[in-house]
Write a protein that binds this ligand. Structure first.
Ligand code: GAL
Ligand code: CA
Length: 346
């Protein structure tokens, strides 16, 4: 992996330089083992599953650069209480840095208390704690992406598609009839993505008519269900499906497949993430576009930060926003550039 190599080289540099410059001075206590405990909110979530595998690869790269690295993963399967227990277990097992994908992003206090009492830094990822909680301790970090940017890009992709094909307005009434499939209530990536996608469309002068929406918790099967309901409520009226992620866009496509819709009668679908299945669907033309959620970049940032947080070296080279945050940019994906993302970061 390209990022992996850069990271490994950077880390090797950070290990060697402080060791050399420490010669003759007082010995600094640098732990050699980096024991990373990963707590995932739900590993059956497609994007999270892929992100955790990327993190594993990145940490293997760190291992090759001279540190002894272990990674232990726990899956909370959607329960904050389970996750609190798992974090305690990970600390008891000797993890010296934690990567936490909160179940309830408004409820990190128990985890922060546990980590602080053992002085184990936490890198929260993907599910952003509220700002006040991030201020609870100075060894708390966040790695993620800017929800607004992904929504804006999705909206712009839709604008481009409408401009390229006026038949998208199937009933030729000058408006695009649309439905939205939303992620979990209260997740920073759900409400903000929807709002900013719609704002981008309106900002480009697209006339819209919202027919309805369904909450499908990032999940393909739930989205299929919600979409079946929407189709029966608005038969042959839906021209556009905006989904907060690829899994739900694919669920919407599944719903039409079940009803044996012919291709010419289908609306257009847009997702976010660029998961393996999402990219395949863009290649096939089933998904008109998606927005790449840079899991390789996020994993590399987490791995680099984990090393710096444990060893105390290299922290000054990391570019934070507001001292604790790292946000990786999103990228627009269409049939024209989708293949670039199949090997992204490799
Ligand atoms: C989002 C991602 C979704 C889902 C969610 C989980 O960033 O787009 O697919 O994985 O995170 O928190
Ligand atoms: Ca229309």
């Amino acid at each position: 992996m390209r990022i992996g190599k850069y990271l490994a080289a950077g880390i090797a540099f950070c290990i060697v330089v402080p060791l050399l410059s420490a010669c003759g001075r007082q010995q600094v206590d640098v732990p050699e083992k980096i024991q990373v405990g990963v707590a995932a909110y739900n590993q059956s979530d497609t994007f999270i599953g892929e992100l955790v595998s990327c993190l594993k690869q990145q940490l293997e790269g760190v291992g090759e650069s001279g540190y002894e690295v272990t990674m232990m993963v726990r899956d909370a399967a959607g329960s904050q209480r389970t996750q609190d227990d798992q974090v305690k277990e990970l600390i008891d097992l000797g993890c010296n840095v934690l990567c936490v994908n909160l179940v309830d992003r408004a409820d990190p206090s128990e985890i922060i208390d546990l980590a602080r009492s053992s002085n184990v830094p936490i890198i929260f990822f993907n599910r952003e704690p509220v700002a006040e909680d991030m201020m609870q301790w100075d060894r708390l970090y966040y790695v993620g992406a800017d929800a607004r940017q992904s929504g804006e890009m999705q909206g712009e992709l839709v604008v481009d598609a409408i401009q390229a094909d006026e038949a998208m307005d199937r009933n030729r009434d000058g408006k695009i009839q649309y439905v939205v499939l939303e992620g979990e209530l209260g997740h920073q990536d759900a409400v903000i993505r929807t709002e900013s996608a719609v704002e981008a469309l309106k900002g480009h002068g697209v006339e819209l008519e919202k027919l309805g929406f369904g909450t499908a918790n990032w999940d393909r099967a739930q989205a299929q269900n919600r979409m079946q309901q929407l189709i029966s409520q608005y038969p042959n009226q839906i021209e556009l499906v905006i989904a907060n992620n690829d899994a739900m866009a694919l669920g919407a496509i599944d719903a039409y497949g079940k009803l044996n819709y012919t291709e010419s009668a289908l609306p257009v679908f847009f997702g976010i993430d660029g998961t393996g299945a999402g990219l395949e669907a863009v290649i096939d033309g089933q998904l008109s576009g998606t927005v790449y959620n840079d899991k390789e970049g996020q994993a590399a940032a987490m791995a680099g930060l984990a090393v710096a947080a444990v060893t105390g070296t290299g922290m000054d080279k990391i570019e934070f926003e507001n001292e604790k945050y790292i946000f990786l940019p999103y990228h627009k994906v269409t049939q024209g550039n989708v293949r670039d993302f199949l090997y992204w970061g490799k």
